[in-house]
Write a protein that binds this ligand. Structure first.
Ligand SMILES: [Mg+2]
Length: 307
């Protein structure tokens, strides 16, 4: 069956029957209504996935697109030190799209809801000549405890969670149909570190999730904090077989960069945390320096950019 045969009413009914959130007013009214715990601020973010820019219909399984569209927002909430709560999906697609694609997409969304303990509470739909998916997510953080990009100070240590380079390697493997490589799963079903972000929020000065690549996202921290950074190539936790280009610049990792004056534990919420360098005073520019043996060079932000 095609989406145009199902119709907008059928589409909404299908989603409403599947996603039943325990909130004051769930899907099915003009707007959703839910309560938030007292003493908390809301954390609010969105992420747009456009067909052919972020995914290719005959390459990426639809359930992975559903999963990832939610996971990337969970990662952003976590990078603020927050806990994800609820989300909306706006969905635009061609009328001749197979309903099986839509069902599989929402399988991935449902898996993400279960994995991250969050719920879908609404959204919107429209027709379009290619697929556009926008997820808007709300989370909470205790008032005054959100972690920004701008708090890094000279002398602080720079940490990263997990391993880097797996997602970029996985995308290459996916394109060359080497589907047995473990990195493919890493690319398709990212593991956001929101629980680590929430656990660290009282102990860090700055935090960001790696969506555009280590070089680009660490540059965001040094620019916002008006400092520079020095990182050591031999301390970067690389994914097995990832090239240094993947490790330094690969996007869609959804690991965290955390900056702290404290000596952070090596494992937080079962995720390894590695000290990769330090924040230093800036000269004329806010830059990232890469130390590779005896050599020091400026690490330009060569990660993902849309425009
Ligand atoms: Mg982010």
């Amino acid at each position: 069956m095609k989406l145009e045969d199902l119709g907008e009413g059928g589409f909404i009914r299908k989603i409403r029957e599947r996603f039943k959130a325990a909130v004051v007013v769930p899907i099915g009214d003009d707007a959703a209504v839910f309560d938030i715990p007292s003493g908390h601020s809301l954390v609010f973010c969105s992420d747009l996935l456009a067909e052919n820019s972020h995914f290719i219909r005959n390459l990426h399984p639809p359930d992975s697109i559903g999963y990832k569209s939610v996971a990337v927002n969970v990662s952003d909430v976590g990078a603020m030190g927050g806990t994800p709560l609820h989300f909306l999906i706006s969905f635009a697609a061609p009328g001749d799209l197979d309903v099986a694609w839509v069902d599989s997409f929402f399988d991935g969304v449902a898996k993400a809801c279960a994995d991250f303990d969050i719920s879908l509470i609404g959204g919107d739909s429209s027709s379009s000549d290619r697929i556009f998916l926008d997820v808007s997510m709300i989370g909470t953080v205790p008032s005054g405890k959100a972690v920004r990009r701008s708090g890094a100070k000279s002398g602080d240590s720079i940490y990263v969670t997990g391993q880097l380079g797996g997602s970029a390697l996985g995308l290459e493997c996916l394109k060359s149909r080497d589907l047995k490589n473990r990195a493919v799963r890493r690319h398709l079903y990212p593991e956001p570190r929101h629980k680590v972000g929430a656990a660290l929020r009282e102990r860090v000065h700055a935090m960001i999730d790696i969506s555009d690549g280590l070089s680009t996202d660490l540059t965001h921290i040094v620019e916002e904090s008006k400092v520079s950074a020095r990182i050591y190539k031999d301390r970067l936790p690389g994914w097995p077989d990832a090239a240094s280009n993947h490790i330094l610049h690969g996007g869609e990792e959804y690991e965290l960069i955390a900056v702290s004056s404290q000596d952070l534990a090596e494992v937080v919420m079962n995720v390894p945390l590695r000290r990769i360098g330090e924040i230093i005073d800036s000269g004329f520019e806010n830059q990232v320096f890469l130390i590779d043996g005896p050599q020091e060079s400026v690490l330009s932000p060569l990660g993902w950019q849309h425009f």
